[in-house]
Ligand binder design. Structure first.
Ligand SMILES: Cc1cc2nc3c(=O)[nH]c(=O)nc-3n(C[C@H](O)[C@H](O)[C@H](O)COP(=O)(O)OP(=O)(O)OC[C@H]3O[C@@H](n4cnc5c(N)ncnc54)[C@H](O)[C@@H]3O)c2cc1C
Length: 167
């Protein structure tokens, strides 16, 4: 039985893990992706984190994880499929059939962007692309073609310092 289970190892979950460990809690972080980090992993550049201007999202996520690791947070891979409240304790179930118990839970599952379903979308996720808001008022198909064309014309190559996958 853990004091605390945190679902999600994005910035919120990892912050909770750091605070939890500093408060002396025996805690478990359950994360569905191999390394966690959340949305920030797909971020080309984070420029608003105090003291780390322009840091790459992947590097920042690794620092977050290293901080929680260093304080002794325990991590478990798994996609949480159900949470049960048994009164004095809570049960967390994962897709592989495992279950974990704790006196308290923090849900830090974050969010996932809606996908457009256009060619190149997956490969260029997180690359420095600007999509004009006015285009949102276009019909969906027009919007899809416009975005596809934009990638096709390799507008991303106008960012010479982009990661290789962005060019
Ligand atoms: C392209 C992009 C650029 C961004 N740029 C910036 C920026 O420059 N500056 C900035 O401040 N913010 C930026 N953000 C936003 C920032 O990344 C998010 O605000 C932040 O990651 C939210 O953290 P979170 O921990 O709440 O959620 P998330 O980052 O969404 O993390 C949630 C975690 O929970 C896990 N999870 C979800 N469901 C389950 C489940 N059922 N079982 C197990 N694990 C689960 C996910 O796998 C994930 O690791 C950007 C986001 C994107 C996508």
């Amino acid at each position: 039985m853990y004091d605390l289970i945190i679902i999600g190892a994005g910035p919120a979950g990892l912050s909770a893990a750091v605070y939890g460990r500093r408060a002396g809690f025996e805690l478990l972080v359950v994360e569905q992706t191999p390394m966690g980090g959340g949305q920030v992993v797909d971020t080309y550049e984070v420029d608003n984190y105090l003291g780390m201007p322009g840091i790459n999202g992947f590097d920042l996520a690794q620092k977050f994880r290293g901080h929680a690791d260093g304080l002794g947070a325990v991590f478990q891979s798994g996609r949480v499929t159900a949470v049960r409240d048994e009164g004095a304790y809570k049960v967390v179930e994962t897709a592989d059939g495992s279950s974990y118990e704790a006196r308290a839970l923090i849900l830090a599952g974050g969010a996932e962007h809606a996908k457009l379903g256009v060619p190149g979308e997956e490969e260029h996720r997180g690359c420095p692309t600007a999509l004009p808001v006015t285009a949102l008022s276009l019909r969906r198909e027009t919007w899809r073609s416009w975005v596809a064309a934009m990638w096709q014309w390799r507008m991303l190559s106008t960012f010479p310092d982009s990661a290789e996958r962005c060019i």
